[in-house]
Ligand binder design. Structure first.
Ligand code: F6P
Length: 356
């Protein structure tokens, strides 16, 4: 069913594997199914404001399925964030002008929480938008899964598998710090899949004395090494928590480094840390993420063809659905203490926060 609609696509926030698969899913469906014209904006909302775009065609959409990163580039630009008082830089107006200049019938915003919140604000301004949930953190409200998450778990587990052998050779405690921002999804899933003996999440407080006693107990029971998986957002009472940088919110010392030196001091067991960092956002997407990103892209193009704007596509179980952006914006999906994976891990005495 041909529609002479013109659409835009942008990728915003932290990059991750699967972004190009999503761009390909939207673009190919829009062009081949609906005869639409597709523009890609460079650098997220920055490119939208500055009208920096490239037309996407069957030709330049080819070969994207397996390619990591985003061909459009990304940024963390927040157009509605209050600029310096009195500045005349009206970013939302610039965005409106871009819509008018290109005759956009809809804009697809691929990103995490911040991106979807901005998309919702654009929708409130009366602009037609559709959201696709993306982030390795898996913390976007309303969807079971964001693309990027599965690949990041694969990468973290591969690293944890390697840490087991060196920990065993040196009889050490190895602390692995995993990304996830304020959520513990990545740490929980990679910790269980990677055989973590302790899994520390932002959502569940950790008593360092209990953790130290747990690790000492393992050593006394003849376990020659331990693997501790800690979410970068985990916070511990004591000198690490209160020193958060007032501007970036970042601690002067990462959770992993703080934990390694503290546990070594408390237990007397040689301890080292590995900060997995941006490795978790690099490289080619897993097959699962390729499929999810493609399904999200197709669903977004279908919503546009149906004239259903102001919504974000979602995964519920194995089905693709969608939600109003108003229900997603400003909310965070966090791990709850009753999560089945936490209960499962505790069944074989994995230390997950303040588990008695
Ligand atoms: O949101 C994805 C993410 O990788 C988080 O896990 C991490 O805390 C953050 O981005 C890092 O942000 P930046 O790429 O701006 O350093």
């Amino acid at each position: 069913m041909a529609q002479n609609k013109t659409i835009g696509i942008l990728t915003a926030g932290g990059d991750c594997p699967g972004l190009n698969a999503a761009i390909r899913g939207i673009g190919k469906t829009a062009i081949l199914q609906y005869g639409m014209t597709v523009h890609g904006f460079v650098g997220g909302y920055q490119g939208l404001m500055n009208r920096e775009s490239v037309e996407l065609t069957e030709r330049n959409l080819s070969g994207l399925l397996t390619l990591g990163g985003t061909i459009l580039g990304t940024s963390r630009e927040k157009p509605f964030k209050k600029a310096v008082a009195g500045s005349v830089d009206d970013k939302p107006e610039k965005i409106r002008k871009t819509f008018e200049a290109l005759g956009l019938d809809c804009l697809v915003c691929i990103g995490g929480n911040g991106t979807q919140k901005t998309a919702w604000k654009l929708a409130k301004e009366g602009l037609p938008v559709v959201g696709i949930p993306k982030t390795i953190d898996n913390d976007v409200w309303g969807t079971d899964r964001t693309f990027g998450f599965d690949t990041a778990v694969d990468i973290a587990v591969e690293a944890l598998d390697r840490l087991h052998t060196t920990a065993s050779s040196h009889r050490r405690i190895m602390v692995a710090e995993v990304m996830g921002h304020h959520a513990g999804w990545l740490s929980l899933h990679s910790g269980v899949a990677g055989g973590g003996d302790a899994i520390l999440l932002p959502e569940i407080p950790t008593d360092l004395n209990k953790l130290a006693a747990f690790l000492e107990g393992r050593a006394k029971a003849g376990k020659t090494y331990s693997i501790v998986v800690v979410a970068e957002g985990a916070r511990f009472p004591g000198d690490q928590g209160e020193l958060a940088d007032t501007v970036s919110g970042r601690l002067p010392e990462s959770a992993g480094r703080f934990l390694a030196r503290t546990l070594e001091a408390m237990t007397g067991i040689e301890t080292r840390e590995t900060i997995l960092g941006y490795i978790q956002r690099g490289g080619s997407p897993s097959p699962t993420d390729r499929i999810l990103a493609t399904r999200y892209g197709i669903a977004a193009a279908d919503l546009i063809a149906q004239g259903q704007y102001g919504r974000m596509v979602t995964l519920k179980g194995s089905d693709i659905a969608s939600l109003p952006l108003s229900e997603v914006a400003g909310r965070l999906k966090l791990v709850t203490p009753d999560d089945p994976l936490i209960q499962a891990a505790r069944k074989f005495r994995t230390f997950v926060g303040d588990s008695d």
